[in-house]
Write a protein that binds this ligand. Sequence first.
Ligand code: PLP
Length: 358
Amino acid sequence: AYNFNAGPAAIPLEVLQQAQEQFVDYQGAGMSIMEMSHRSTFYEQVNNETQDLMRELFQIPENYHVLLLQGGASTQFAMLPMNLLTPGKVGAYVQTGAWADKAIKEAKVIGEMAVAASTASDSFMRVPRLDEIVVPENAAYLHVTSNETIGGTQFHEFPDTGSVPLISDMSSDILSRPVDIGKFGLIYAGAQKNLGPSGVTVVIIRDDLAADSPKSIPAMLRYDTHAKAKSLYNTPPSFSVFMMKLVLQWIKGKGGVAQLDQLNRDKTGLIYDAIDGSGGFYKGCAHTDSRSIMNVTFRMANEELEKLFVKQSEAEGFVGLKGHRDVGGLRASTYNAVTLESCQALAQFMKEFQQKNG
Ligand code: PLP
């Protein structure tokens, strides 16, 4: 299948095959990794290697922890304000769409929230310019959603927030491009788009922010618990972490994140070119300078035509091109594991569909 699913999403074929080989008997231990104690040397090595690879590939400085947690990015929407939104401060949020809204909703449950910038008046079809973002003086942090998976917009540069920690939900673009980690206080991402199967959530957090969570928070929801325990406080999602390790090794084998960045631009370039060269038959949703290199969103003249596009694409082996149910339209998610060949095939299909139906 040409898998353009938004998440859970494609995993590199080589990784699936490698996992299959090791599925029953992990490194001659006579059992699967998922049957082993998480306190075993085998698993401890998987845990360490995964964190080390993440550090190496994403160039994470020494003064950050890499945490492997559970609960998805949705739990981070709550854990972040629980840990960092102290009384008298406000959590500042850049409102760019559906996922930013979910983060905002959870912050309101915990404490005071302020919108530092919003593109609601543009139907969230762009991210704000940096000069539109106003960080309140008493901000505990500034939260951005680096890539809005549903709208198909992406930040191409990040604000300088000085002493206010910059936080990013990078669920749908982590490891798709190099990022200056030093600009951020905390980055989080569910694994199921660019890192492997669902079940593990990555949190990259600067040491000082993980040092001392408020005493009122239960152990599992405190960053300091997991930082101190090197992500082995309780039973981890061991199989998902193992798969993530294989995906990271695959990224390393591909030459690293800078190489994938170029490839991702080439991939989405093919689809955006098909949109822009269609004379208006396909209409890109996001403003050009806010276009995502992970989720390409577009529309056609009417819903009937869009339905026909989805139906015929499915018959040709394309999966996941229907837009999110909240916004409709069409969406091609082109995460790291989606091949250039899949994108070439989609661009070709789009041209042929236009010839028949234009
Ligand atoms: N944030 C973004 C940008 C997402 O795309 C998603 C899921 O698609 C989430 C958060 C929610 O992630 P999870 O399902 O891991 O809670």
